[in-house]
Each structure stands twice: as structure tokens, then as C-alpha cells.
Ligand binder design. Sequence first.
Ligand SMILES: *Cc1c(COP(=O)(O)O)cnc(C)c1O
Length: 433
Amino acid sequence: MFVSDCLGLNDLGHLTIGGRDTVELAQTYGTPLYVMDENEIRRACRSYFDSVKKYYGGRGLVTYASKAFCCKAACKIVAEEGLGLDVVSIGELYTAMSVDFPPERIFFHGNNKTVQELLAAIEYGVGQIVVDNLTELELLNQLAISRKKAVSILFRIKPGIDAHTHDFVRTGQIDSKFGLALETGEAMEAVKEAAQMKGVTLKGLHCHIGSQIFDIEPFEHAAEVMLNFIADIKKETGLALELLDLGGGFGIKYLPQHDPVEYDRYMQRVALTVRRTCEEKGIDMPFIVIEPGRSIVGPAGITLYTVGSVKEIPNVRTYVSIDGGMGDNPRYILYQSQYEAVVANKAVQPKNKTVTIAGKCCESGDLIGEHMQVQDVQVGDIIAVLATGAYNYSMSSNYNRIPKPPVVMLRDGEARVVVKRETLEDIVRNDLL
Ligand SMILES: *Cc1c(COP(=O)(O)O)cnc(C)c1O
């Protein structure tokens, strides 16, 4: 009945997550509050893990894109589930290493890694550095030689696929800040340069075509384009690349009408495409990596808020103001993202109100959403915004000097705080006079 399987109703008519009463959680930990169901996260990890095993045998790896939700607990859970990890900054890398994440299962992404970040990756023994451009390639090669370390790399490739349109279109040359273009010959040039280098070993290629994608076709198409390029590389240079990272981007259900593809079906179809293309091209099937972020943690999280005011503007709209907003969920102000909201203490009642849920920051655009269907909402009610597990905590800020909410993790219904609520002392911690 709700967008995520971990949500439900109890005898009091309250919304539950992981079997726990959300109203009680709000009372215990205060609001605003992020709540995550660890069982749901582990379920998602296992479902990806099992699919990859089923369709690629032992020749595949699921890496969790940590930017979706990164903290020590998240890295530890993912490590225990046998997944790899994507990081895009020294902060994410440091978080992972602080819980002894196996460095060989880490992939370091980013379009402008600093010298400090590259050196940290080399020193930690990060398994694969995903090189974005020729400048980075040369820099990394020099750093690896100077540190006398062998570094395995992938190249980030722009496959020229627009996955944001419903019917994907092949664009001649995509406009993106990430990666090396195929069409211009830039990618092939990079491969040839890397082949001459002593500090780096080119193991494979990577692409990531977008996010919150509901279709399978763009993924199949991307796999084809990438395998064709691997075949071209073999023909032109004799180099047989052994790894293909097909990125993440699998859509999740934010609204009841959303209908994401089943990940197992995605995996089955893409695996078929991979096998067929390899046969056609006469190349060995590479080791396949996929990188889900949102779909691992998104459905597992909700955010709880307390309603502070309800402002009815006749014939215009009703503003429901909550004690959080763009500081803890900037996705509406960034890209008008849509969410389902529920009055947690009235979750059993029908949704008979259409409201705009507004945050408390000094920005008119600080909304959780417009035209949201909710129950008869009043001051003091607890509002739950659903499926906020991805790109909420990880994108949070201290705008207006509002302390960040804590993250409570539920395991088999047992609650523990995995990120503490920020204090006012935290807010001024780095201030100097
Ligand atoms: C963001 C990102 C992902 C994860 O995307 P989701 O939409 O969260 O699955 C995977 N790989 C790369 C390189 C990314 O930048």
C-alpha cells in the first residue's frame, strides 16, 4: 500500500517502518529525523548480488554507489553483504576505509580528482581508479611511478546515449562533463596512451548513463556500444580488456504510479545482450560490474517532520510548514523531485487534502513538494516523507545554520543512532574570530 515494502500500518493506525511505529520514533529521537530500515538495505544488496551471480556466474560484482547515502554504518553493511563500493571523493573514501572496507573492492570515480585524492587512493590500494580524462591519466601515471605502486584503471566513457528521454536517442556527441568521448577518437587515444604507460594498467571501461531510469533499453544499448568499443580496441591495439562497468541509475518508486523495472529482469536482459554482443564480436565476455546507489538505499529510508503551521490561502493553496526542508532534502529545490507524504499519526485515514509542504529555510523554493495528497493535517502532526533513503542525508547542508538531523537505523526492529543529531556547538565548530 505504500511505495516501499518496509512501510506499513499498526493497530493505532500509525505508519510503521521496519515494524516500528514512526510516531514513537519521532517522540524518542525528535524531529526532523531520518529513519532507515537496515533489513530493506540488505534485501536490496542481496537481490542485486543474487542476480549478478545468476546471470554472470562468478564473473560479476555489484558495487554500491556510496554517494547515495554514505556513513560508516552504510559502508559496513555493504561490505558485509559482499558488495564493492564506489567513491567520488576523499571524504567518501575515508569513510569507507574507517570501517576497513576491502580496498580492492573500491572504485574511485570523479571528473576532477585532486592530487591528494589520487595519492590517497594509491596509498590505500584502491582496486580501480576510474580515469576521467587525459590530464588525469598522465598525472596518475606519474604519481604511481613516483610511489612505486601498480595502479589498475578503467576509463570513463561517454557512450553517447541519452537515457533521460523515454525513447532514448543516440546523440552524435553527448554534452557531459564526465568521461571520454567515443566519437571524437578521444577515448581510443586515451587507450593507446595508457597502453604505453608504466604506472597504470588499463583493465577495462566504465559508463554511467544517468539516474532514476525506468527503461531497460538504454542499458542494453549502452552495453552494446561499450562492447563494440572493447572489440575495436582489441582489433586496433591487440589489448583485451577484461572488465566492463555498466554503471547504475536504476529507478525507484517515489510515487504510487511509478513502475520501476525489476532489477532481476534488467540483469537478465542486459546479460543476454552482453553474451550476444561478445559472440558477435568474437571477444571474451568481460567481468561485469554494476553500480546501483539510489535503488539500494532509497526505498529503505523515510524522513519524519513535525508540522509547525498550516496556512490556508483561500483559492490559492495550503502551505504545511515542517521543521526541516531543503537542508535535509534539497531534491525539490534542485530538480523538482516528487515524493509521497503521509501524516504518520493518521496514516490509516483517507488522504483528503492537497497541500504544499514547505521547509523552514528562507527560500520560497524550499519545498518538499506541491500538490501533495495527505490526510487531514494539523499543527503538531508528524509528517513522513517516503523513500528518502538516497540523496537526502548525503546531500544535506547547514543552510540557515540549521543542524542536520540524525539517522536512526532499524535492524529487525531494533533502533540505533548511526549518525548523531548535530548540535549548536557543531554549527560553530569551525568558526574562528
Ligand atoms: C551516481 C552514480 C551511480 C549511482 O547512480 P544511482 O542512480 O544512484 O543508481 C553509479 N555510478 C556512477 C559513476 C555515478 O556517478
